[in-house]
Design a protein around this ligand. Structure first.
Ligand code: PMP
Ligand code: GLN
Length: 383
C-alpha cells in the first residue's frame, strides 16, 4: 500500500533548540536557564482580571483584528511612550503571539525569489518563516562580542531582490540593543527603496541602564514601511498566553489581516479583555525594566564566582557568557554535558546561526526566581 509522501517545504528544519534543551533539562532534572520563560508567577492583578473576564462571559470570539478596547489601550501607550499616533482600527492587529505576527508579516509581503536581510545570531523562527514563503534569507553576522550591526555589510548585501530587513531589539539571544545611530543607518539604506522593515520588539520594556528603546514606532518615516511586532507573553511574564500584536500602516495591515483572518481569525478573548484593563495603569509597563534589570545584575554578580566570562546584556532576559576558560568543546556538546553532568541547562548560541558559527558562547535566561539563579550558580562554580 502506498502512502502519500510530503515534499518538505522545510527540508533543513529539525526540532528547535528550545524544545531540545528543555526536554534534556526535564530528563536530567537540571535547573533550566535555557528556554526563555519565567519560573515565577505572573502578575496577580492580571491573573484576577482574566478570571474576572471569564466569569463575566467574555468567552466568545473577539473581532478579527482584536478586542477594540485593547487596541485603544495599545494606541494610548504608543502615544505616551513614543509620541506617535496610531489608529487602533486600521493599524493594530492582535495576534496569537509575537512569532505568529512575524510569520504573518513575512507571508504578507514575500514572493518566491525575494531576499530578506537577517542578522545572526537570529531568533530561530525567522529563516524558516522566510523559506516557507519561497524567499531566501541573506544572513549578516552581528559583530562579536558586542553584537552590533555592520552597516557597511548591510549596504553590500542589498540587491534588487531585497524585499525586507528584519531587526530585533532588545535582541535574543545576545541582549544587544540598537542605537539612534543604527536607526539613522537603517534610514539611509531604505530611503527611496521598496524595502520593508520587520521590527521584532517582543522585549520592548525589558531594556536596562536607562537606555531608551529605539522602537520603530518613534520614527513615522520608517513606520510607513514597517511591521512592528510585540508579545504580551514576554513582557508580562505569561509566555503561555501566546498573545501579541502587530502595528503597521493601514495598507500593510490590510494585507497582514488577509493572512491572519484565514489562519487564526481571532485570539483568546478573556486575555484581551484583561490586558485592556491592565494597561490603563502605566506602572504595568513602566515597572518592568527595573524589575528585570535587578535580575540581570543579581545573576551577573553570582556568576563572578564562576569561570564563565559574561558578555554585556542591555535588554531582553538573556545574557551570554564565554566558557573558554572551562572547556574547548563545541558549544552544543558543552551545553549538553553541562545539563547532564552539572545539572544546568542553557542554550548554545551556535543554534542561532544557519552555519552553526561557534564562538564558544552560551545563552542564560535570568528571568527566574532568585533561588533558581542561586541554585544554578552553585552548580556552575564547581566547574
Ligand atoms: N521574537 C523573539 C526574539 C523571541 O525571543 C520570542 C520569544 N519566544 C518571540 C519573537 C515570540 O514571542 P511569542 O512567544 O509571543 O510568540
Ligand atoms: N523565545 C524563547 C527563547 O528564545 C523560546 C520560545 C520557543 O520556545 N519557541 O528561549
Amino acid at each position: 500500500m502506498s502512502i502519500p509522501h510530503i515534499h518538505s517545504k522545510l527540508p533543513n528544519v529539525g526540532t528547535t533548540i528550545f524544545t531540545v534543551m528543555s526536554g534534556l533539562a526535564t530528563h536530567h532534572n537540571a535547573v533550566n536557564l535555557g528556554q526563555g520563560f519565567p519560573d515565577f508567577p505572573m502578575n496577580e492583578e492580571l491573573t484576577e482580571l482574566v478570571n474576572w473576564a471569564m466569569k463575566n462571559n467574555f468567552n466568545q470570539y473577539s473581532p478579527m483584528p482584536g478586542w477594540f478596547p485593547l487596541r485603544e489601550a495599545i494606541a494610548e501607550k504608543v502615544e505616551f511612550l513614543y509620541h506617535t499616533s496610531i489608529n487602533p482600527d486600521t493599524e493594530i492587529t492582535i495576534t496569537p503571539g509575537g512569532t505568529y505576527a512575524i510569520y504573518s508579516a513575512f507571508t504578507a509581503i514575500l514572493n518566491p525569489g525575494d531576499e530578506v536581510i537577517v542578522f545572526e545570531p537570529a531568533y530561530d523562527s525567522y529563516i524558516p518563516n522566510i523559506e516557507i514563503n519561497g524567499a531566501k534569507a541573506i544572513t549578516i553576522n552581528l559583530v562579536y562580542p558586542d553584537y552590533h550591526i555592520d552597516w557597511a555589510a548591510v549596504k553590500k548585501a542589498i540587491t534588487s531582490k531585497t524585499k525586507a530587513i528584519i531587526i530585533n531589539s532588545p535582541h535574543n539571544p545576545t541582549g544587544s540593543v540598537i542605537t539612534e545611530n543604527d536607526i539613522q543607518e537603517l534610514r539611509k539604506i531604505v530611503e527611496g527603496t521598496n524595502i520593508f522593515i520587520i521590527s521584532d520588539e517582543v522585549y520592548e520594556h525589558l531594556i536596562f541602564d536607562s537606555i531608551p528603546h529605539q522602537s520603530i514606532l518613534r520614527y513615522p518615516d520608517l513606520l510607513q514601511r514597517s511591521f512592528v511586532c510585540f508579545s504580551f507573553g514576554k513582557v508580562y511574564n505569561c509566555t503561555g498566553w501566546k498573545l501579541g500584536y502587530c502595528i503597521a500602516p493601514p495598507e500593510l495591515t490590510t494585507e497582514f489581516r488577509k493572512v491572519h483572518q484565514f489562519n487564526c481569525f481571532s485570539c483568546h478573548t478573556p486575555s484581551q479583555v484583561a490586558l485592556a484593563q491592565f494597561l490603563q495603569n502605566k506602572e504595568a509597563y513602566l515597572s518592568l525594566s527595573s524589575f528585570m534589570q535587578e535580575k540581570r545584575d543579581y545573576f551577573s554578580k553570582l556568576m563572578r564566582d564562576t569561570k564563565f566570562e559574561m558578555l554585556d546584556s542591555h535588554g531582553s532576559y538573556f545574557i551570554c557568557a564565554k566558557y573558554d576558560r572551562i572547556s574547548d568543546e563545541p558549544d552544543k556538546e558543552f551545553a549538553i554535558r553541562l545539563t547532564k553532568e552539572a545539572g544546568v541547562a542553557t542554550i548554545p548560541v551556535s543554534a542561532f546561526y544557519q552555519n552553526g558559527k561557534d564562538d564558544k558562547v552560551l545563552r542564560f535566561c535570568f528571568s527566574k526566581k532568585n533561588e533558581t539563579l542561586e541554585k544554578a550558580v552553585e552548580k556552575l562554580v564547581t566547574l
